[in-house]
Design a protein around this ligand. Sequence first.
Ligand SMILES: NC(=O)c1ccc[n+]([C@@H]2O[C@H](COP(=O)([O-])OP(=O)(O)OC[C@H]3O[C@@H](n4cnc5c(N)ncnc54)[C@H](OP(=O)(O)O)[C@@H]3O)[C@@H](O)[C@H]2O)c1
Length: 385
Amino acid sequence: MKNVVILGSSGSIGRNALKVLSDFKERFSVFGLSVHSNVGLLEEQIPRFGPKMAVITDQESFERFHRNHDTEILFGTDGLKKLCSHPKVDLVINALVGSVGLLPSLQTLESGKTLAIANKESLVMAGKLLIDKAKEKGAEILPIDSEHSAIKQCLLSGKREEVKRLILTASGGPFLSRSREDLKEITVEQALSHPTWEMGKKITIDSATLMNKGLEVIEAHWLFGIPADRISVLIHPQSIIHSMVEFVDGSVIAQMSVPDMKLPIQYALFYPQRVISNNTSLDLAKAGKLTFLEPDDEKFPCLGIAYHALKMGGTAPAVLNAANEVAVQAFLNHGVSFTGIQKIVQETLSRHKRKLAPKFDDIIDADAWARQTAGELCLNAEMKR
Ligand SMILES: NC(=O)c1ccc[n+]([C@@H]2O[C@H](COP(=O)([O-])OP(=O)(O)OC[C@H]3O[C@@H](n4cnc5c(N)ncnc54)[C@H](OP(=O)(O)O)[C@@H]3O)[C@@H](O)[C@H]2O)c1
C-alpha cells in the first residue's frame, strides 16, 4: 500500500488522478490533497478519500473552509512543504499549475520521495536543480505529461546511446488552419476550446500558442538528458500518437492510445509495472487517418522562442516561463491580444541578462524580474493589437 499526495486535487490532472486512485484502492491510499481556492470540491473529496491532511493555499478560501472532519487542514506554502515531506508519504503527484509548483517539487525530492510530475513549469524553471536533487537523494521523477510518459515508454526499446532523437507530438491546438492575420482577433473563448484534450485554462492557452510544446521540449531535455537539437516537434492533430523515439538504426518507436490523461497517470503510479485498467482500448480502424505536419514557426513563434531559451540556458527558461504566465493571465483577463502573448514573452526574454549555472535564489530572482518586466509590457498598447 503506497501513500499518495495529490497537489492540485481540484484541477483537471488532480481530478483524473483521484479517478485512477479510486480504481486501485487496494494499492494506494490518498494521504493528502491540496487545493488553492476550490474548497467546495475539497469538501466533497475529503469524505470520499479520507486524507490525513489537506492544504488550502488561498488565504480567503482557507478562512471560509468548514472544518467538520478528522483531516488536518494546513495553510499555504508551509502546508505544502509539510505535506510533501511527511515521513508516511511515498509518492507526490504535483498537479499544480505554474511556478508555484517549484517549491513542492524540490521539497518532495529533498525528502527522497517519488515525484510524479505534471507541473512542467517547475522543470522548465529549474530542471537542472530538480534532476541534481533527485540524483543526490536517490529519488525518482516520473512524468505525467502524456508526451513524456510516451517517450519514457518508447525509450525501453533501446539503449541510451542508441537514441537518435525524441519526437514530441502536438495536436496543434484549435488554430492550426487559421491565417496569421486571423490570430490577432482570437478571443479568450475561442482559445479555451481545445480540439482533443480537456485541461485547465493556462495549459489550454499554452496549447493554442504552441508554448505548451516549447515548455515540453525543455521538460524533455531535463527528464531524458537529450540536447535541444535532438528533440523535434511534429504536429499530429488526432492526438493518438503521444510521442516517438527514433533510434540510430532508423527505427521509430511510437506510443499510442486514446487521448486520456488517466493512462499516463496510471503508468507513473505503477511504474515500472503495467496493470490492467478500465481505459478505453484504441481502435485504429475507427480512429481513421493519422496525419502529421511540421509546426509553422512563423504563425506560432512561441515554440521557437522556447527552443531559444533552452539554448540560452541558465535563468532564460525561468524567464520564459514567468513572462508566459503573466502574458497568458493578461490574455485571459482580456488585457492583451492572443498574439500579444508571444510579443511579451519574446521582449522580456530579449531584455534579460541571463545568469549561467543559477542557484535556487537566482531562479527566484529571475522569475520575479520577468514578472515585473512582462507586467509592464502588458500595459503597452502594442500588446493589445
Ligand atoms: N490538464 C491536462 O490534461 C494536463 C496534461 C499534461 C500536463 N498538465 C500540466 O499539469 C499542471 C496542472 O494542469 P491542470 O490542467 O490540471 O490545471 P488546472 O485544472 O488549472 O488545475 C490547477 C490546480 O492548481 C491549483 N492552483 C492554482 N493556482 C494555485 C496557486 N497559486 N497555489 C497553489 N495551487 C494553485 C488549482 O487550485 P484551485 O482550482 O482550487 O484554485 C488546481 O488544483 C500544469 O502544469 C499543466 O501544464 C496538464
